[in-house]
Every structure is written in structure tokens, then in C-alpha cells.
Design a protein around this ligand. Sequence first.
Ligand code: ZN
Length: 429
Amino acid sequence: MDRRFMPPFQTKEELAAFQLAGLQWTVRHAWEGSPFYRSRFEKAGVTPESIRSLDDLKRLPFVTAQDLQANYPWPLLAVPMDRIVRMHASSGTTGKRKVMVYTAKDIDDWADMFARCYETAELTREDRVQICVGYGVWTAGVGFQLGCERFGALAIPAGPGNIDMQLQFLVDFGTTVLCCTASMALLLAEEIGKRGLREKIHVKKVIFGAERSSDALRNQVKNLIGAEQIFDIPGLTELYGPGTGLDCPFHTGIHYWADYYILEILSPDTLEPVPEGEVGEMVYTTLRKEGAPLIRYRSRDLTRLVPGECPCGSIFPRHDRIVGRSDDMFIVRGVNIYPSHIDEILSRQSGIASEYQIHLDHHGDGKDYMMIKVEREEGGRPGDDKILAARIERAIRKETLVSGTVEIVDYQGLPRTERKAKRVFDHRT
Ligand code: ZN
């Protein structure tokens, strides 16, 4: 395998030594360049000199999304403004957007990291990469593009939407790699099926960004498009953007680029590390970021570390797909439920398609009611709906300890979107 974008070192010890040097550099850089960080460090009683081992990371205070918002528009800025060459912002549905700034070196590092993702997915420079994610102030399109050009494959900057144009590009330009959200992939895959284009499409790999996706949806996309592999790319604006890790062809978890950042998985309640393999909040510390370094940034994203070694032999540790956000969780009759858990239960059921919606209601009596709408599989018989619904209701009650009702709707009866699909509808307020 080509290793142009892999680090020079080969062992976990070398990686740890590199991380320590990066952590020491980052703390000093933040101390000297950012009044925000310096005052936090002073309050916590830490100085750059007090970071002597990786273990000293836990002495550093946390940074939260509220800190970013309170210091809007240039939070965490740690270099003079004339060294900043670009800004990006999160879509920011609540409150102010999270704005991040980049020096020329930050952009360069991001390109290298993203090129490493394409290398990990075993692309070649012959590949033609259709990028169907949003271009603009957010990091998605620009990130995929930057990495593709650094890697040396052909970038087709299609942007999101416009299904007719996407299909035409897939056929005319001989696209071999498709980068999009899982919802967009499903939309395209179904259109390819409907229009009988499968024979004219040469997509071998699909890279999913920015959205959780169930195994059911992945298999459906794979079959309809005829792709061989689907990869997951994590992407957090605060941490450069997409491209900070990728699953390898063994698909045992996402290898994350630990020579650029340290990932802690902590309990959102105690802020102590969870036991290995258990789900917790992803907390990031960057090791080389100049413009807006992250030091113990609480992302609210939840996942677990994958224990053991990957058969590919990579020294890079793995985290699982993101299972949700600590603030996505909803409570039904006193039980905490993550949408990803419902997703997982549905994925194991036969007779249904991959789309679903969760509706929460009070029905006037103040009690919580959960109703789940699921699509019948393509070609399924409406006469079997009752039995099917009852089977899924049992599975949900057994696994979540909450009763809910299941309503089966027609195949493609739920809306398709090229953006992140909204799946939880809380009508209780
Ligand atoms: Zn691997």
C-alpha cells in the first residue's frame, strides 16, 4: 500500500512520544498566544512546564461549546490575526455558530490528514471522486476537495442536491468514488435503480460523512449502487473538519489520526475515562493546530474505543461510529434512549426498509407515548403489516424496556432528503 501520507514512525511508543511533544507544544502555544487559555490554565494551576507526561493531560481544564459561543466570533484564537488565512463555521442550529480559524499550516495539515483517508480507503490517482456534500462556510465540501487534490485523484466538485445532474456526472465522468451523506446516498441509489442506470455506474467506493448510518441503510446503498465498500469519515468543524480518521478496508472501526490529536473517551457525568470499550463523550486535544488549538474540547459526540488490534496492522487506534450526541438523547417514561439504539434494533429486523421516524407524544394525558414509523420493504405485502409491527414492538420493548407502537408505512412513504434526515419528532412540548 502507498504510504505517502502515513507518519514516518512505526510503533505505538514512537506515536506516544510524538503525542507528548505535540501536547507540550500546544499547551505552550496556547499559553503564549491565547488570553482565554492562559486565564483558564492559571485558574487550574497549570503552566506549560507542568506538562511532563501524557498523563498530565488530565490536569488541564475542559473547553466547551459554550466557551466557543461566549468568545464569538474568534474563540480560541492563538496567533495574531494576520496569520489566519481561512475561517469555517458550523451550521449552528442553536445559538451562535462555532467559528474556527486556520493558519496556512493548519490548512496544509488538514489536507495531509484527509489525503491519508483516501490512502486508507486504497484509492489511486486514477480514481474520480464525486463530492456531493455542501460547499460553503462549513468544512464539508472544501475538506473533501482539499484532500482529494492533495492525494492526487480527480475531484468532481458536484456539491449537494440536483439529483439529475448527479446521475449525469456519475455516468458521463465515470465516477469511481462517491462522497456524500448517507441520506443522499440512499436517494441516489434509489434513483439509479428506478432509472435502470446500474450498468452505467462504476462507483466502487462510497465515503459517508456527517451522519450516523445503520447497517441496513449501508447494505441497501451497496446493493443498489453496486459499490464494493462503504467507508465512514468523521468530521467535526472544531477539529479541522472531515478527514480526521477513516475505517480501513477491514471495517473494524475508524482509525483516527492520533499524531494530530489525542482522543479521550470520558463519562459525560464524571468526566473520568470510561472503561475501555464503553460508550462515552469524545474529548479532543490537538497536537499541531496553530490558529485555534483545542485542549480537552468536549464535543458531546458519543462513541467507544475499539479494543485490540486491527488485522490491517495500523498503529492508529480505532473508535466506533458515532452513536449519537449526549444532547440527542430523549427520555421516555424515565428511560434514556439514544436514537442510534432504535436504529440498531430496526437494522436487525427483516421485512422493513431502512428509513424510520420516532414520534413522541403526550396524547393529552401527560404520559409519554413513543410511536415508530417504519417503511415496509420493497415488494412487501401490506397484509403482513400487523404481524410485522407486533414483532418489532416486542423487540423494542425487550431491548429498551419501553413500550412503543409501530406503524408500517409504504416503501418510500417517508420523506427522503439529501441533508441529514430528521428522525426524532418530539410533539410533547
Ligand atoms: Zn485497520
